[in-house]
Design a protein around this ligand. Structure first.
Ligand SMILES: NC(=O)c1ccc[n+]([C@@H]2O[C@H](COP(=O)([O-])OP(=O)(O)OC[C@H]3O[C@@H](n4cnc5c(N)ncnc54)[C@H](O)[C@@H]3O)[C@@H](O)[C@H]2O)c1
Length: 370
């Protein structure tokens, strides 16, 4: 198969879809790989690294899309890429369709095969291609939250871990999945007083078992969330309902209950956000303030640490990319329930229920398009 790796063009996105190590594996399996020039630069890989691994370098994004049967990238295509996408071209990348209707319509129109990293699902319902980025974003949420709690960044001016004789900051984490667990580990390690809320009691039992003593668990419901808002300094949004928009657990009126300088880091912003007042921001301009509450809502947090993120992501995506390249998407999806769940839009049809429901579009089961 002919595989294309374009350079990411979303604001401050420095990750790349395939590393030189991945190129070696793909070429060893008989495939041809074209990489756009300087696609790997932001992650520390030069064109020469790719050439030595067996790839060919193309000078423009148009040529990469023009030649490839399968595109492997990181973020969803942006508007300027839509016209480059060809009928029947396989796109293997993050899409997050449910949070952006124009992208869904554009991909339906292009009649491409959109296999979304975020909905590839294992039999235990875990999401193997979201996990590595969630690990990065969860850890970063605390690093960023701690920074924006500083007074010059318009935060409350409180040190996360406190000092002897002074209480540490209080961190509230909404959602105890991968992001939430990694955030809790970092915050706890820095000495903060941490509370994780989840609506899955089984998950709370597990977290209660494994977390250190400065992490408490709490059932997620409106009453409990309201109770914590006025005393917590840093709030991390980390809920997920797979393939659907995030529920607004903190509504606009609740901001009034928070103290001035409270920081919210809504990691779930890529699925619409679990804090009503969150709207996507970029690394160039990561925060804004509403009702004296600092909002950090960067939709591609791992993009700021591309070295770590590219390696973490491609460690997870490469085995699936190999299956797709070796068997073709139809056979690979027919033989793997994990990949089948990744299909979202196929040749003009919406084949992922959460996406169809989000925009009132007709749903066609993925099995029917194989
Ligand atoms: N902004 C970024 O750069 C970035 C990076 C990675 C992940 N994310 C996003 O972070 C979010 C969380 O991802 P994850 O991997 O941790 O998901 P996950 O599935 O591991 O965890 C989600 C958790 O939310 C819980 N949950 C669901 N409804 C809830 C509710 N009403 N109250 C409390 N908890 C609830 C679930 O029980 C689950 O434990 C996703 O939206 C993901 O797309 C964003």
């Amino acid at each position: 198969m002919i595989i294309g790796v374009p350079k990411e063009i979303k604001n401050n996105e420095n990750r790349v879809g395939v590393t030189p190590a991945g190129v070696i594996e793909l070429v060893r399996n008989g495939h041809t790989v074209y990489v756009q020039t300087i696609a790997g630069e932001g992650s520390g890989f030069t064109d020469d690294d790719y050439i030595r691994a067996g790839a060919s370098i193309l000078p423009s994004i148009e040529e990469v899309y023009g030649i490839a049967e399968m595109i492997i990238k990181v973020k969803e295509p942006i508007e300027s890429e839509y016209p480059l996408i060809k009928e029947d071209q396989l796109l293997f990348t993050y899409f997050h369709f449910a949070s952006y209707e124009p992208l869904t319509h554009a991909m339906i129109e292009r009649k491409a095969i959109c296999l979304a990293y975020e909905t590839v699902e294992k039999i235990d319902r875990s999401l193997p291609l979201l996990i590595p980025m969630s690990e990065v974003a969860g850890r970063m949420a605390i690093q960023e939250g701690a920074k924006y709690l500083e007074k010059p960044m318009q935060g409350r001016g409180i040190l996360l871990g406190g000092v002897p004789g002074v209480r540490p900051a209080k961190v509230m984490i909404l959602g105890g999945g991968v992001v939430g667990t990694n955030a809790a580990k970092m915050a706890a390690g820095m000495g903060a007083d941490v509370t994780i809320l989840d609506n899955n009691l089984q998950r709370l039992r597990y977290l209660d078992d494994i977390m250190p003593a400065n992490v408490n668990t709490f059932m997620s419901n409106e009453y409990n969330i309201r109770e914590l808002l006025s005393t917590h300094d840093l709030i991390v949004g980390a809920v997920l309902i797979p393939g659907a928009k995030a529920p607004h657990l903190i509504t606009r009126d609740m901001l009034k209950q928070m103290r001035p300088g409270t920081v919210v880091v809504d990691v779930a912003v890529d699925q619409g956000g679990c804090i009503e007042t969150c709207k996507p921001t970029t690394h160039e301009n990561p925060t804004y303030i509403i009702d004296d509450v600092v909002h950090y809502c960067v939709a591609n947090m791992p993009g700021a640490v591309p070295y770590t993120s590219t390696l973490a992501l491609t460690n997870a995506t490469l085995p699936y990319a190999l299956q797709l390249a070796n068997k073709g998407w139809k056979r690979a999806c027919a033989e793997s329930d994990e990949l089948l769940k990744g299909l979202n839009v196929v040749q003009g049809k919406v084949v992922y229920q959460g996406v169809a429901e989000a925009f009132g579009l007709e749903f066609v089961p993925a099995e029917n398009v194989l």
